[in-house]
Design a protein around this ligand. Structure first.
Ligand code: UT7
Length: 323
């Protein structure tokens, strides 16, 4: 018998304020045409001044609990992928645990930037298959608008805020690719690429800093590494591109999303795309896309899904799961 981490519920939250590309046209030398053609982004959501990452995550978490028909104390753990926690400590996860009314179990953050949700999913899967936890909420939540240098038109038009939450539950499987739940994982990182995507501040340097990115360089790594990690995860799950119902990629750039799908031999019709509406929400982008796709009736029980993401580090990875 094989223990599988099976999806039990999902939710998301986007801040009320929608910022279309036209707002940037008023602030700097840019255009809707440039932003759309280079990135696919048409709009993004920005958190209100008094709204923080944990606030977005709690709302997404409540929706996921509701979707699963569970209460917070039915969870054993909460794992939060974020690079934009409210405070240096305590973790966003413990603040969210309290905010959801969970008075038992454990909660902690994982930091792998835009790949954070894939790393957190892999970590939750490990908790479940090792018997440490039976039900785990995995959250990706970010307020990247707080890391933007509004004088850098090459980055500030690309990112947005939001949160998504997924609940995984231990379930008996047969050990085959027909099982529901997480079927395989592939994680990678290479710290030698630090300088192409980073924030030029942090606690130890007593600053907050701004996001800095060599867009072209990141782009060059992205398609190749994303297709490779997806293919490794698919081989581990003993599946081929023909078996895949949906690729749910990190939503950074429509050209990266399409280029990766093409390299994987997967039709664009089988790719969930939300980048036009959400921008790049870093660790929140995959659970947001999963939740929206489920809401739209695209993702259904039994569907085979491949998620893949890359971000600062560089860190990248993929997860294969059957919904
Ligand atoms: O989530 C983490 C992973 N991140 C990513 O995956 C992002 C990866 N990179 C990208 O998505 C793309 O590289 C960008 C969207 C950031 C940029 O697209 P690009 O086709 O690589 O453009 P570029 O950086 O080569 O810039 C082309 C031109 C430059 O002008 P010159 O030097 O050719 O005269 C830029 O100055 O576009 C200019 N430019 C802009 N023009 C209008 C840069 N930003 C803007 C802007 N509006 N906002």
């Amino acid at each position: 018998m094989t223990i599988r981490a099976v999806v039990k519920g999902i939710g998301h939250y986007l801040p009320e304020r929608v910022v279309p590309n036209s707002e940037f046209e008023k602030m700097m030398d840019t255009s809707d045409e440039w932003i759309t053609s280079r990135s696919g982004i048409k709009q993004r959501h920005f958190a209100a001044e008094d709204e923080f990452t944990s606030d977005l995550a709690i709302k997404a978490g409540k929706m996921a609990l509701n979707d699963a028909g569970l209460t917070a104390n039915d969870l054993d753990a909460i794992i939060v992928a974020t690079s934009t926690a409210d405070l240096t400590f305590p973790s966003a996860a413990t603040m969210i645990q309290h905010g959801l009314g969970m008075t038992r179990g454990f909660a902690y953050d994982i930091q792998a930037v835009c790949a954070g949700f894939v790393f957190a999913l892999a970590n939750a899967n490990a908790q479940i298959i090792s018997g440490q936890a039976k039900r785990v909420m995995v959250i990706g939540a970010e307020t990247f608008s707080r890391l933007m240098d509004w004088t850098d038109r090459g980055t500030c038009v690309l990112f947005g805020d939001g949160a998504g939450a997924l609940i995984l539950e231990a379930s008996d499987g047969t050990g085959t690719k027909e099982d529901r739940g997480i079927l395989s994982v592939d994680l990678n990182s290479d710290g030698s690429h630090r300088d192409i995507l980073y924030v030029d501040g942090g606690v130890s340097t007593a600053t907050t800093g701004y996001l800095r990115m060599e867009g072209k360089e990141v782009f060059r790594h992205a398609v190749e590494k994303l297709a490779a990690t997806a293919e490794t995860a698919m081989a581990r799950a003993n599946i081929t591109s023909q078996d895949v119902d949906w690729v749910v990629p990190h939503q950074a750039n429509i050209r990266i999303i399409k280029g990766t799908a093409k390299k994987m031999g997967i039709s664009e019709d089988n790719v969930v795309i939300t980048v036009h509406n959400h921008g790049n929400t870093s660790a929140a982008s995959i659970p947001l896309a999963l939740s929206v796709a489920k809401q739209e009736g695209k993702i259904k029980p039994g569907h085979l899904i491949v998620t893949e993401a890359i971000g600062g580090g560089l860190a990248w990875g993929a997860v294969v799961l059957r919904w």
